[in-house]
Design a protein around this ligand. Structure first.
Ligand code: NAD
Length: 252
């Protein structure tokens, strides 16, 4: 097993990629803390893991809330004694809103969940990693963080910022035993479409105009296997990297 007795926090673990990552990590021997504001969904995943011989707990967490983050990491430490792997996966879409229609409310919400949340979680976890001189951080970015128009202005900005944060941390802590990498998925079959509640017609047309070049949709399990590679020592030399997982879409 690749993650025997490792302690892993996964955000957005009730659904999609976070769920797939949590299940795979548990199968590989990790004890997994499932953080999601959908606590019923997270509890269901925890039950599934525990019923199949793994170890998991669910903690209700809004990643944009600092006190929820403090509770998440403090409970992880009081329950399992340490933290080895942090996966910043929770994220939401922005209704493809073009910049002229971005409200302050939308902007602040997308940045809070997709960018500030990961930063706050890394900030809270870093002292634990520094003390151990070991730690792995995996951020789920997006090809929206390396290409200009796969979503609206706020989502695109939030994921570009997450890519920058990943590289900054990857380099700054590289000699201290800590690695920080990101995965940039293309289109993946999950429930994220539920966060597209009122898509802007113009913005969506512009953002999806290149969809014809997408070779295929991915599955959450395909992202999970990359997250396993990045969490394990198999990727010991990989740091500050953004691994694109889009079937070749952005290669066009
Ligand atoms: P999903 O909607 O299936 O799962 C996301 C989970 O995050 C849900 O369980 C949701 O409850 C949780 N969540 C949302 N906001 C939260 C918050 N504030 N605090 C705690 N939990 C919260 O979506 P997914 O596609 O699995 O998304 C995972 C990540 O992948 C996101 O960061 C998303 O931006 C990114 N991504 C998705 C795609 C895609 O095509 N699905 C492509 C590129 C990147």
């Amino acid at each position: 097993m690749k993650l025997q007795n490792k302690i892993a926090v996964v955000t957005g673990a009730a659904s999609g990629m976070g769920k797939a990552i949590s299940i795979l990590y548990a199968q590989e021997g990790a004890k997994v803390i499932l953080a999601d504001f959908d606590i019923d969904g997270a509890n269901a995943v925890a039950t599934e893991i525990n019923n199949n011989g793994g170890t998991a707990i669910a903690i209700k967490t809004d990643v944009s809330n600092q006190s929820d983050i403090n509770n998440l990491i403090d409970t992880t430490i009081s329950t399992y004694g340490t933290l080895d792997i942090l996966v910043n996966n929770a994220g939401i879409m922005d209704n493809f809103m073009p910049v002229e229609k971005v409200t302050d409310e939308l902007w602040n919400k997308i940045i809070a969940v997709n960018t500030t949340g990961p930063m706050m979680l890394i900030r809270k976890s870093m002292p634990i990693f520094l003390e151990k001189k070991k730690g792995v951080i995996i951020n789920i970015a997006s090809i929206g963080g390396i290409a200009g128009s796969r979503a609206g202005a706020a989502y695109t900005t939030s994921k570009y910022a997450l890519v920058g944060l990943t590289k900054n941390i990857g380099f700054q802590y590289a000699t201290l035993g800590i690695r920080c990498n990101a995965i940039a998925p293309g289109g993946v079959n999950t429930n994220i479409g539920k966060t597209i509640t009122a898509p802007d017609k113009f913005g969506m047309e512009r953002a999806t105009s290149g969809g014809v070049n997408n070779p295929r949709m991915g599955e959450a399990s395909e992202i999970a296997s990359i997250a396993l590679f990045l969490a394990s020592d198999d990727s010991s030399l990989v740091n500050g990297a953004i691994i694109t997982a889009d079937a070749g879409w952005t290669a066009y």
